[in-house]
Design a protein around this ligand. Structure first.
Ligand code: G1P
Length: 291
């Protein structure tokens, strides 16, 4: 029986240069999709999966993220005084219980592997989740819960995967598949951002991971990989001989909010999934498409 997954690491140190000037002052993770900051979806998904402790790997100037998940006494008191109870609930629901959130600063942008390594002491020697907030998932069951349920059965590392077009392999960590039952694929190796002709498959890692702490033994070495960055994929690849690695084809649809078009697509998709907004939005979208 695998140990319970209680902690999640959220790398949020990126500069968000693709979204300038919107991200000049506001962290990109705080930009809303429909009516909530992108990072709140990630936290809600993790909480729905039973995660209790959140470790944000952040950067200078991004204090708004931790503030968003903290109590805001002045705002709450004024909403209460005005008897705006529904709004007060929205504010309180976005807070994490005190002591359940930690922030560690990634001093230099040395890659995703380095960001995760920054959380090493706060994670300790237990399995943990990693969520990249840029990847948003619309699903019946929280994507992270699907991973944790699979992890409880197979242990080791379990990550969310999806098939991507071959011409896009250079954007992802790609699995070298050893066996595949159509839902869970066991990997014998991983390659970070391979060119299409070199990719061992088209099964790509998306931003949801449940990891065994053995990955820190490799991240400790600070080995540089693709883009001269310390890659999480490379560290995981090095542990594969001793720690089983599975990719889970999760139920749901992923939206890549790291690009402008993906971000707009996510806004439309999440709005259409909202029963309050969808009936009003559909005729508007139809009209726009026909104009
Ligand atoms: C990171 C990882 C990559 C993974 C991707 C998922 O890349 O390095 O292995 O497939 O996230 O979104 P990034 O998107 O940060 O370039």
């Amino acid at each position: 029986m695998a140990q319970r997954v209680r902690k999640a690491v959220l790398p949020v140190a990126g500069l968000g240069t693709r979204f300038l000037p919107a991200t000049k002052v506001i962290p990109k993770e705080m930009i809303p999709v429909v009516d909530k900051p992108v990072v709140q979806y990630a936290v809600e998904e993790a909480r729905a999966a039973g995660i209790e402790e959140f470790i944000f790997v952040s950067a200078e100037g991004k204090d708004a993220i931790a503030a968003h998940f903290s109590a805001q006494a002045v705002l709450e008191a004024s909403l209460e005084a005005k008897n705006k109870m529904a709004e007060l609930k929205l504010v309180r629901d976005a807070s994490l219980p005190s002591g359940h959130m930690k922030v560690v600063i990634q001093g230099e942008p040395l890659g995703l592997g380095h960001a995760v390594w920054c959380a090493k002491d706060l994670v300790g020697r237990e399995p943990f989740a990693v969520i990249l907030p840029d990847d948003m998932v619309l699903s019946q069951t929280a994507c992270m819960k699907q991973l944790i349920d699979a992890h409880a059965k197979v242990g080791g590392h379990v990550v969310a995967v999806e098939d991507v077009p071959r011409d896009q392999t250079s954007r992802y960590g790609i699995l070298d598949v050893a066996s595949d039952d159509g839902r869970l694929a066991a990997a014998r190796g991983l390659v970070e951002k391979p060119q299409p002709e070199k990719a061992p498959s088209t099964l790509a890692i998306i931003g949801r991971y449940v990891l065994d702490h053995s990955v820190f033994d490799e991240l400790d070495k600070h080995t540089r990989g693709a883009g001269n960055e310390i890659q999480l994929t490379d560290a995981l690849n090095k542990t594969i001989s001793r720690t089983p690695f599975h990719g889970l084809r999760f139920e749901g649809k992923r939206y890549d909010c790291g690009t402008r078009v993906g971000f707009i697509e996510a806004n439309v998709a999440f709005a259409l999934a909202n029963p309050e907004l969808a009936p009003r939005l559909k005729p508007l979208l139809a009209r726009l498409m026909n104009s």
